[in-house]
Each structure stands twice: as C-alpha cells, then as structure tokens.
Design a protein around this ligand. Structure first.
Ligand SMILES: [Zn+2]
Ligand SMILES: [Zn+2]
Length: 563
C-alpha cells in the first residue's frame, strides 16, 4: 500500500527557512524513485523512475510516480537531478517532460546519454541538459548542488548534496562500497567524511540491502567463475544480464577474448546501451571481438558468446524467445551453456524459472546465481551502511529506496550507530517530511497513488479497471441478455447467456434461465421498471447461483433491453 499513514492530513505551510521533502515514488517499493525537495517556494526533483508491474497488474506496461501533487507547480521546478541511468531512476522522465519539456536535466555523462536515447524514442527533442561529474558544484535557484562519486551496478552513478538555508542534505542515490570496482571509481568516502565534518542535517540512504548482513561481494569475484564456466563449455555460450550493466558485459567480453570467442549482442536495449557505453569510453571492446549476431550462425559454436537481454524472463525478450525456440536467428542446441548473470527481482520468479526450464528442455546447461557466483548486488549491505553512518554522523536520517521492511532495517542501522530514534524518519510515498531548525519530522501527507501506463494511455487505467481485469483473467465472464416489454414488464426474449473463460458448454446455464425470468417477473409485479435495477436483479440471481453451484465468481454483465 502506498498510504501507510492514513491518519495524516495535508501538510500546513512550510515554515520560513524550512526544507520540505516528499517522495512521489520509491518509498515502500523498489522502483519509480522520485523525491521532491521544496525550499523558499522553489522545487528540486531527484530521480524520476518507473516501477515494473507484477502479475497482479494485468496488461500494465509501467507504473509511474504520481505527479499530481506538483502538477500545478511545474514552473517552480528548478531542475531534475538523475543520480544514475537505471530505469527505476530515469524511466518516467519522458512522462514528466511531456508536462513541461524544459525542466533542466542534471546528471552524469552516461546517465544523460542513456536518458537521451529514451527521450528520442518519446520524440522529446528540446530537453535542457547539464552534464555534471563528481566534485562539481552547481546551483539551481536556491539549491546549491554538489556531486559525489558512488559505486553501483551501472557506471557513473552520483550521490547528490543539496545545500539550502535549511541545511545540508546528502542523498546517496543507489550505491555500494565495492573497494576494487572494475573502473576503479569507488564510493567517495573521503567526501562523505568531509561532508560529515561540515555537518549533514539530513541523510537519505539506499535501503535495498539493509537486511543483508555484512558486505556486498566485489564485482571482480565473478571473473574466476565465468572463467571456469567458459573452460567447461565446448559449445555456444549465451549470457543474459541487465542491458545497463556495463561492467558485467565487460567481464563477459574479457572472458570471451581470453577463450578465443567472438561476441554478439542480442536484444534491442543491449545493442543500444552498449553502443552508447562504448562510444563514451565506459566499455572497452578489443578490436575484432564484436560481430553481428546474424553472422554467428556461420561460425563454429565453440567460438561464440551471445550477450542477451531477458534475464528476468520477460516474455517478449530475446532469451525467452530463445527458450521457446522461436528466435529469428538463435537456435538453442543440446550442450549449449546459458548464464543468467543477474539478480532475480521478486515477482519475476515464475517467468525466470519458465525460461530456465525451457532452455533445460532443449539440453542447455543453465548457470544462474542459485548455482554459481555469477551475480553480485549493486546495493550496500548492512555493514557498508553502518560504515556510512559512522563516517557521516548525520543529524537526521531518512531511509529511501525500498519496501517498508528494507527502510525499517536501514533505520535500525542508523539508530544502532547513535542517531537518535526520533531523528530517523520512515516515510512512505506521499508522506511529507519537513527539515526545520535542524530537525526532520513528518508534517503531513499528499495523495500519491499508482499511475499506470498501458500502451499509449497514461493514468486512464485505475485500480478498479485492474480489479476487473483480474476477475476476467481468473474467473471469466458471463453475459445475460434479456428483452422485456416496456409496457407489461414481461420477458419477451431471452435470457440469452454467454460465457468466456468459464463453463462454456451448451446447456451449462439451462437451469438458471427460469429463475432469472421468475425474478424479473416478480420485480415487474412489484413495480420495478428501471433497466439498471432489473440488471442488478439478474446479477444477484446469477451471482448467487454461480457461486453456489460452481464455486466461482466470474464477472457478470447483465443487459436488459426494453422493446
Ligand atoms: Zn540503480
Ligand atoms: Zn534503484
């Protein structure tokens, strides 16, 4: 649920000199991160991402943060800071820009390049972009921003420091503390310490792995595992991973070069993102290593590695089609090796295991994080978070990026290091937190619901239409059409009963026809002649009968026509 504080009212006016922090997504869920900072009547937004739908969101493509509470104030927005290029941080930006196209976009080189290709897809050509790097300081209105390098599962991620008259805020974005990262760019703890000395009034920290004890394993520890798998493979190798995980792709390339194999990308987002990463120098591709995927068909299988999308079992992705043997030019063969070098995002288990089973059925050997160290997380574990709290010594803490259990675990870590419990604020989406006179506290709540994207429609699909879809999907529907005489109220024709996704055999509904006629006749005799009320009568009779005799609750669509 997005509203854990139903008792909260709309917040009062922000006290003079105070800073207001409101998440419109990302708190209480992993996805659609978006936090709005307000100072002196001006707004700064950090991240604008999407949440991917689960199985209880049939037909939904994406879920956006709820812009409603700032929709009337978009002209007050000074800038949108994007901490890194993951979909849960940049994916909803095109939808925000549709409402005001010239909001200045601030982010690192890679982040803005990945966003740029997304904006082009949405035909947003006039965006205003400010590329920043770690160590830089730039002001937008009353918000004096500084950027700090952080290490994550995508290169070029940044933490952001926001200085206003209300104090200093440090927002980590997504981060971990890999001490030997592939690109040598570690989370800048010296900057964290310097900011701690200056005094961090509010520290917003990544909660994703707060429940995981210890330290997140280094990305480089995957290399020997990949090497072993490559050694043991004497046929084709297919590696699936996130299309933004440049360092993971780099490791696969290095292993391929070492073992004399050529590499090809499969999947549109992999091709697009890796071209950007190579062009900007984040990915090092040895000359001659990369070939076109279609050319691989003519090469010996033991000389080939495919790097593919679809590590979450997405039904239309390259890997899912390979597993069903209906991919255009990749035909899985007995003895091939498939490596799922990725996390398993909760909610995707069924689709991922469906893909693994599909591949296994064709005789492929499937290596995944359940049976080998082919994935490490991009987020700081509890040990790393403790380090950060001790280095930063924040005055107030607000856990971000996680379900409530993650945020609670993160809050407990802060308290364990000595942050007073009344200065650790757990807020979910829409909850308003004010930093006034150096103390952060909950000040109220704004409406913050799910905004569903379905095809070209944004926000038209509601929770109640999804409920209908779930009923249709799980229980099917029954339609009942009756024609009655508008004068006498007598049934002239019908009931004509049709069903889908339910007992569809002829005769299944024979026994309910007469009770429907009886109920309508009785209602007519009692003077009911309103079509809506008669339809409700049909719904009641059919609903009770279906429930009693079939133990089902299909959607019932009664139609009463008057003649
Ligand atoms: Zn991320
Ligand atoms: Zn994230």
């Amino acid at each position: 649920m997005s509203h854990p504080h139903p008792e909260l009212d709309a917040p009062g006016p922000l006290p003079q000199g105070g800073l207001r922090v409101t998440a419109l997504g990302g708190l209480g869920e992993v996805g659609r991160n978006m936090t709005v900072f307000e100072y002196d009547g001006r707004l700064l937004i950090v991240d604008c991402g999407v949440l991917f739908p689960e199985e209880n969101h049939p037909g939904v493509d994406l879920i956006l943060p709820d812009f409603d509470s700032i929709r009337g104030r978009l002209d007050d927005v000074e800038a949108l800071v994007l901490t890194h290029g993951h979909e849960d941080h940049i994916g909803a930006t095109p939808y925000l820009l549709r409402e005001r196209q010239d909001i200045p976009l601030v982010g690192s080189q890679l982040t803005l390049a990945l966003l740029g290709s997304k904006l082009r897809e949405h035909r947003l050509k006039n965006s205003v972009q400010h590329i920043v790097a770690e160590g830089e300081r730039i002001a937008f209105g009353p918000f004096d921003l500084e950027f700090v390098a952080v290490n994550h599962s995508i290169p070029d991620a940044l933490a952001v420091v926001i200085r206003t008259g209300a104090g200093l805020v440090l927002h980590t974005g997504d981060f971990k503390m890999d001490q030997l990262p592939m690109d040598g760019r570690i989370t800048d703890l010296r900057a964290f310490a310097r900011l701690g000395e200056e005094g961090v009034d509010l520290f917003l920290t990544d909660s994703t792995n707060a429940e995981v004890p210890g330290f997140t394993t280094s990305e480089k520890d995957i290399a020997p595992v990949l090497d072993r798998v490559f050694h043991q493979s004497n046929q084709r190798i297919i590696v699936a991973c996130f299309a933004s995980h440049v360092h993971r792709v780099q490791q696969v390339m290095d292993a391929a070069a070492e073992h004399g194999r050529k590499v090809a990308y499969v999947g549109r987002s992999m091709v697009r993102n890796m071209a950007i990463a190579k062009e900007l120098g984040y990915l090092d591709v040895p000359p001659g290593l990369l070939v076109d995927a279609k050319a691989l068909a003519d090469m010996p299988p033991e000389k080939v590695v495919l790097i593919s999308t679809g590590s979450q079992g997405e039904p239309l992705s390259a890997l899912a089609r390979i597993a069903q043997r209906n991919h255009n030019f990749v035909h899985i063969e007995e003895g091939d090796t498939v490596i799922l070098a990725s996390s398993l995002i909760p909610g995707n288990e069924n689709s991922v295991y469906r893909v693994i089973n599909g591949l296994t059925r064709w005789g492929a050997k499937v290596v995944h994080k359940g049976n080998a160290l082919v994935h490490v997380s991009g987020h700081a574990s509890a040990g790393e978070l403790l380090y950060c709290y001790n280095i930063v010594r924040p005055r107030n803490v607000m856990p971000v990026h996680g379900e409530i259990r993650h945020m609670k675990a993160n809050a407990d870590l802060a308290i364990a290091t000595g942050v007073p419990a009344d200065r650790v604020v757990i807020a979910e989406d829409g909850v308003v937190v004010d930093l006034v006179d150096g103390k952060a506290a909950i000040a109220g709540k704004v409406d913050c619901g799910y905004v569903f994207v379905d095809g070209t429609s944004v926000g038209d699909i509601t929770e109640s239409s999804l409920k209908d879809r779930r009923i249709l999907g799980e229980e099917g529907f029954v339609s009942v059409i009756v024609v009655i005489d508008s004068q006498s109220g007598k049934v002239l024709s019908g009931p004509e009963i049709h069903a889908r996704g339910f007992a569809e055999s002829e005769g299944a509904f024979d026994e309910i026809r007469q009770p429907i006629i009886d109920a309508l006749t009785k209602a007519g005799a009692e003077g009911v002649d309103d079509a809506y009320q008669l339809q409700q009568t049909i719904r009641r009779v059919v609903g009770r009968w279906v429930s009693n005799t079939h133990r089902r609750r299909p959607m019932i669509i009664p139609v009463v026509l008057e003649a």
